[in-house]
Ligand binder design. Structure first.
Ligand code: C2O
Ligand code: CU
Length: 555
């Protein structure tokens, strides 16, 4: 196995990702940052130098389980102190499973500002275990983009009255947005708005090249901050073969729904007319966003006489109906493990957490709360305070395992820095229960939930309110019907008005965040923290300490 060393300078730069110039947090001057390539079993070492001048940072390696290295998970307030301006911090971890993963800032809402990228882990040479073949590869990182700064967004979310971030101005594909319409700004056209028709085409838009007749593995991930997305390549069907680093029983789609924090690999055959170009497009689903232009990139057949920058002769695809939840739930249910790559799930849990996802008011401020508790990130990282017994650094009372009928109806919550304590090695079920928005109108949102430090089995997506008596049986895997092949993932959507059940083994000593991957939601408290076997964690590196009550522990 190899060791891959990277040195990253994190800095603000002027960028025109969607042709509108604004500051972005970059890795070595780029947003998205470079794709990290490694083979299964390799070690990745990233030396991060914070050159933001006035802002902290921390970087999370999304989907990497950090087995034995919980201090490298990169979550400010959970696994480390933030990296101060001018400081250097080194992440060192093993990538122990092939697949498509992500990285991004995990400090406040900093991810929104552009610090993100992909991690591609391949099978080591000679280990031909992939249950499919292909001729070439492309990576597609989906995102959304605002012209308001992170500070303005975060201040609005924590103000009373509440100021929403609004819908994004653009959807990005590999960090490129199509021409933002300057006239929508309602302000005099200034030098900051450079939109022109050429903005819609490469190099302003991302470009993917196909050789006719070849089959491509397209690795797709989303680090959108708010948007649930649908991705498609005009005229081409896609066969889904991998999700979050696990092989899928293949199924064919025209458009793939991708929730923030998820990754998929699809096979695409270059089987269309090579004499023209095609659109690759992303659309928002689940929110009425007719104001956000669709995300566009260009697919070009290299053999064609057409130039790479010739626009496709067609209008971009219209995308699916934004508010059809049923087709999205159906696609979520279609994702099951490849028959030759099933990792059997334990038949039953040792403990079940029933987590109600609800908006709440705390002193008049709008929050998201889980069983009445809205998460506040403590100034001392949980990993340090729990391992070193720093009392007073967090709330020692764990949040409730379930909610009451009164809790389901109430609007009140408390803001706390508390963690669930899980038995090391125990099997835990989590049933995520959705609810309606406080604003009423029978509205309910999509929440993609991401678990750090583990993969989980996706047991079920249900409608309405979970009933332990009636629905509990659906979660028992007795192996009798041959259908008990839940896929393992690290991110899964909780659909509007529904529930989602997952199961995992709490076998990775450390302290791990489990949260809604929408940046505004986790900022408003939509997450929980799991501790398991913290006493078994090895010696903590001094570099993660130095803040809050860990001040004196640095040396
Ligand atoms: Cu990609 Cu805690 O998230
Ligand atoms: Cu959410």
């Amino acid at each position: 196995a190899k060791t891959h060393h990277h040195t990253w300078d994190i800095s603000y730069q002027y960028k025109s990702l969607d042709c509108f110039e604004k500051l972005a947090v970059t890795v070595n001057g780029e947003s998205p940052g470079p794709t990290i390539h490694a083979a299964r079993g390799d070690t990745v070492v990233v030396t991060v130098r914070n050159k933001l001048e006035t802002e902290n940072t921390a970087i999370h390696w999304h989907g990497i389980r950090q087995i034995g290295t919980p201090w490298a998970d990169g979550v400010s307030g959970v696994t480390q102190c933030p990296i101060l301006p001018g400081e250097t911090f080194t992440y060192r971890f093993v990538v122990d499973r092939a697949g498509t993963y992500l990285y991004h800032a995990h400090y406040g809402m900093q991810r929104v500002a552009g610090l993100n990228g992909m991690i591609v882990v391949t099978e080591p040479a000679g280990a031909a275990v992939e249950p499919f073949t292909y001729d070439g590869e492309h990576t597609v990182l989906l995102g959304d983009w605002w012209h308001k700064s992170v500070y303005e967004q975060a201040t609005g979310l924590s103000s009373n009255p509440f100021v929403f971030v609004t819908e994004p101005q653009s959807l990005l594909i590999n960090g490129r947005g199509t021409a933002f319409n300057c006239s929508q700004l309602g302000a005099p056209t200034g030098s900051a708005c450079n939109a022109s028709s050429s903005c819609a085409l490469p190099p302003a838009a991302a470009l993917f090249t196909f050789v006719p007749g070849k089959t491509y593995l397209v690795r797709i991930g989303s680090l959108a901050s708010l948007s649930s997305l649908s991705f498609e390549i005009e005229g081409h069907s896609m066969t889904v073969v991998e999700a979050d680093g696990h092989y899928v029983k293949p199924f064919v789609v025209r458009n793939l729904f991708v929730y923030s924090g998820e990754t998929y690999s699809v096979l695409v055959k270059a089987d269309q007319d090579p004499a023209r170009n095609y659109w690759a497009a992303s659309h928002i689903v689940g929110r009425d966003t007719t104001k956000t232009p669709i995300g566009k990139a260009v697919v070009s057949y290299s053999s064609g006489a057409n130039g790479l920058t010739t626009p496709p002769p067609t209008a971009p695809p219209a995308g699916p109906v934004w508010n059809d939840t049923a087709i999205r739930v159906a696609q979520s249910r279609a994702i099951v493990a490849h028959p030759a790559h099933v990792i059997p799930a334990p038949a039953r849990p040792d403990r079940t957490l029933l987590l109600l996802n609800k908006q709440a008011r705390v002193d008049g401020h709008l929050k998201w709360a889980i069983n009445g508790v809205s998460l506040a990130f403590p100034s001392t990282p949980f990993l340090v305070s729990m391992k070193r017994g720093l009392t007073g650094a967090y709330d020692p009372r764990p949040p409730p395992d379930t909610y009451t009928a009164a809790g389901a109806d109430g609007v009140n919550a408390t803001v706390r820095s508390a963690a669930y304590r899980l038995g090391l090695g125990s099997v835990v079920d989590v049933v995520l229960q959705n609810a309606e928005m406080l604003s009423g109108g029978n509205r309910s949102e999509t929440h993609p939930w991401h678990l750090h430090g583990h993969d989980f089995w996706v047991l079920a997506h249900g409608d309405g309110e979970f009933d332990p008596a009636a629905d509990g049986g659906r979660l028992v895997l007795d192996g009798r019907d041959g259908q008990d092949r839940p896929i393992m993932k690290n991110t899964v959507p909780l659909h509007p008005h529904g529930w989602t059940a997952i199961r995992f083994r709490a076998d990775n000593p450390g302290v791990w965040l489990f949260h809604c991957h929408l940046e505004a939601h986790v900022y408003m408290g939509m997450g929980v923290v799991f501790e398991e076997g913290v006493d078994k964690v090895g010696r903590l590196p001094a570099s993660i300490m130095g803040c809050g009550r860990s001040k004196g522990l640095r040396h």
